[in-house]
Design a protein around this ligand. Structure first.
Ligand code: BGC
Length: 252
C-alpha cells in the first residue's frame, strides 16, 4: 500500500446545513450516503463542533483509523484561525476553529474556507480540471464564496463576495439567498449578477467563471441572461464540492 490516502472524510459547514461523507480521493466521489444536519440557529463554535463530531461519528467505524478529515467554514481561515463570520455566529471571529474541531473529533483535522474547498474540488475532479489561466469559482448560496485558481493553484481566502458594487456589499444583493428572500424573478436577479460579474471581470480579467452552489442546478434560468466577456459555466460538483475539496485538501 502506498502512503497516499485513498479515502478522507469531508465535512462542509453551510448556512443552512452541515454535511459530511467519506470521499474516494481517486475519483473525487462520495462513498455512500452523505449525512446532513441542520446548522443550529446559534451557530457558535461549540454548537457547530458538537454537530461535526456527531457527523464524523457516523463514519469512523467504516473509515481507516488514519483517514484525514477536512472541515470547511464560511469564513476566512488563516493558519487554523477563523477570521471572519459574515453568515455564521460572530463568536467565530478570531476563534481557533481547527483546534476546536480537532479536540471535538479527538484527532487532527484541517479547517479551510468553504469556497476554497469547492474550488479545489472543481480543479481536481470537476469543471476546472485541466483549465489554465485564472479560473474564478463563485458559489451562490447564503453568501457569495470565491475561489481563485491560477493554473490549478488555489490563492486562498479571496473574499470578493464582499466587493462593494453600487454602494452595497455584493453578497447582500446578489447571493442566491437574496433572490429567494426577496422573491426576485430570474431576470431581476440576473441583472444584479450582471453588475457583480462585470465588476469582477474588469478587476481580475479571468479566463473562466464557474458558478457553484445549489442554484447552479438551475443555471439555464440565469446564465443565458448574462453578457460577459468571460465564459461562464456551471460548476460540476454542485453542493458536494465543499465535502470533496475539504477531504482532498486534508489528504495533501
Ligand atoms: C464569506 C466567505 C464564504 C462565502 C460563502 C461569505 O459571506 O465571507 O468566506 O466563502 O460567504 O459561504
Amino acid at each position: 500500500m502506498s502512503g497516499t490516502p485513498r479515502v478522507a472524510l469531508g465535512i462542509d459547514i453551510g448556512g443552512s446545513g452541515i454535511k459530511g461523507a467519506p470521499v474516494d480521493l481517486v475519483t473525487g466521489t462520495l462513498i455512500g450516503e452523505r449525512v446532513k444536519i441542520a446548522t443550529p440557529e446559534h451557530s457558535t463554535p461549540q454548537a457547530v463542533a458538537a454537530i461535526v463530531d456527531q457527523i464524523a461519528d457516523q463514519f469512523v467505524d467504516s473509515l481507516p483509523k488514519d483517514a484525514p478529515i477536512g472541515v470547511t467554514i464560511p469564513g476566512v481561515v488563516q493558519h487554523g484561525i477563523v477570521r471572519t463570520a459574515a453568515n455564521i455566529d460572530r463568536g467565530w471571529i478570531d476563534c481557533p476553529g481547527q483546534e476546536i474541531f480537532s479536540q471535538a473529533l479527538g484527532r487532527h483535522c484541517l479547517l479551510v474556507n468553504d469556497a476554497d474547498a469547492a474550488g479545489v474540488a472543481e480543479v481536481r475532479y470537476g469543471a476546472a480540471k485541466g483549465k489554465d489561466g485564472l479560473v474564478i469559482l463563485t458559489t451562490l448560496g447564503t453568501g457569495i464564496g470565491i475561489a481563485l485558481l491560477h493554473n490549478g493553484v488555489l490563492i486562498p481566502n479571496a473574499e470578493l463576495g464582499h466587493l462593494e458594487v453600487d454602494g452595497y456589499d455584493a453578497e447582500t444583493r446578489a447571493a442566491a439567498s437574496i433572490r429567494e428572500r426577496d422573491g426576485l424573478s430570474w431576470t431581476k436577479w440576473a441583472a444584479r449578477l450582471q453588475r457583480y460579474y462585470t465588476t469582477v471581470e474588469n478587476l481580475l480579467w479571468p479566463d473562466l467563471f464557474l458558478v457553484g452552489g445549489g442554484v447552479s442546478r438551475k443555471a439555464d434560468k440565469f446564465l443565458p441572461l448574462l453578457h460577459l466577456r468571460t465564459p461562464i459555466i456551471p460548476a460540476a460538483l454542485q453542493n458536494q464540492a465543499g465535502i470533496i475539496g475539504a477531504a482532498a485538501l486534508a489528504a495533501d
